[in-house]
Design a protein around this ligand. Structure first.
Ligand code: 13P
Length: 249
């Protein structure tokens, strides 16, 4: 992954039915008419990975899962493995999203083992980190994020294709965003922690910003030093909004 080529990834979360593929077709046609200056990825729910991969085939849009188990297979009712996502057409997987850390109690250690599973299956992980509002207000944002990076990235990621996403929990789905200075401060800290953990081989892995990215703020955020792309929730559900963000990269 070259740092200069940004990655704009859409996280659909638990949204999307077969009918949503119409938005994907719109996006695909727009990017065929005017190619993106960045990498573009969509991470739909697991039920849509295969169909979405078929819908974007040859269109330059990458497909990712939103989570995977650390095990390849076995008696884990309801579980989806990295191998299954890969088999369905994914090349990426989001791991350690704050909604999973909060709702499912996922620890840094678990996220790290999931990242190892992704590599084993040939998927590029997008590992998410980010502080809560209480942690930011206590002045702990950089420290919290640094600890998450150090403990959530397995050493096996050194030299591999992967990304880190900085998503302040308080900015997700709220319309609130940190200032550009705050984004730069944390992204620089994430980069330093990545290099400390994995060496210079990780210097080119993009650090995405996530949390209330919209067409209106994307260009400014994407111009911040060390912002290598965006992880977009709500605004990735509509082709027009997602395109507005892609055009800002
Ligand atoms: P929103 O863009 O809806 O704030 O969500 C961000 C996010 O959680 C992406 O993973």
């Amino acid at each position: 992954m070259k740092q200069s080529v940004k990655l704009i990834a859409g996280n659909w979360k638990m949204n999307g039915l077969a009918a949503s593929l119409g938005e994907v077709e719109t996006l695909r046609e727009a990017l065929a008419a005017e190619p993106a200056a960045c990498r573009v990825a969509l991470c739909p729910p697991a039920t849509l990975v295969h169909r979405l991969a078929g819908a974007v085939a040859g269109g330059g849009i990458e497909v990712g899962g939103q989570d995977c188990r650390a095990e390849a297979s076995g008696a884990y009712t309801g579980g989806v493995s990295a191998e299954m996502l890969k088999d369905a057409g994914a090349t990426l997987v989001i791991l350690g999203h704050s909604e999973r850390r909060q709702e499912f109690g996922e620890s840094d250690l678990l996220v790290s083992s999931k990242a190892e599973a992704a590599l084993r299956a040939g998927l590029s992980p997008i590992v998410c980190v980010g502080e809560t509002l209480a942690q930011r207000e206590a002045g702990e944002a950089v420290e919290v994020v640094r600890r998450q990076v150090m403990n959530s990235l397995p050493l096996a990621l050194a030299g591999q294709a992967f990304a880190v996403a900085y998503e302040p929990v308080w900015a997700i789905g709220t319309g609130l965003t940190p200032t550009l200075e705050q984004i730069e401060e944390v992204h620089r800290a994430v980069r330093a922690a990545m290099i400390e953990r994995l060496g210079l081989a990780s210097a080119a892995a993009p650090i995405l910003y996530g949390g209330s990215v919209k067409p209106e703020n994307a260009r400014d955020i994407l111009a911040v030093p060390e912002v290598g792309g965006a992880l977009v929730g709500g605004a990735s559900l509509k082709a027009a909004d997602f395109l507005g963000i892609i055009r800002g990269a």
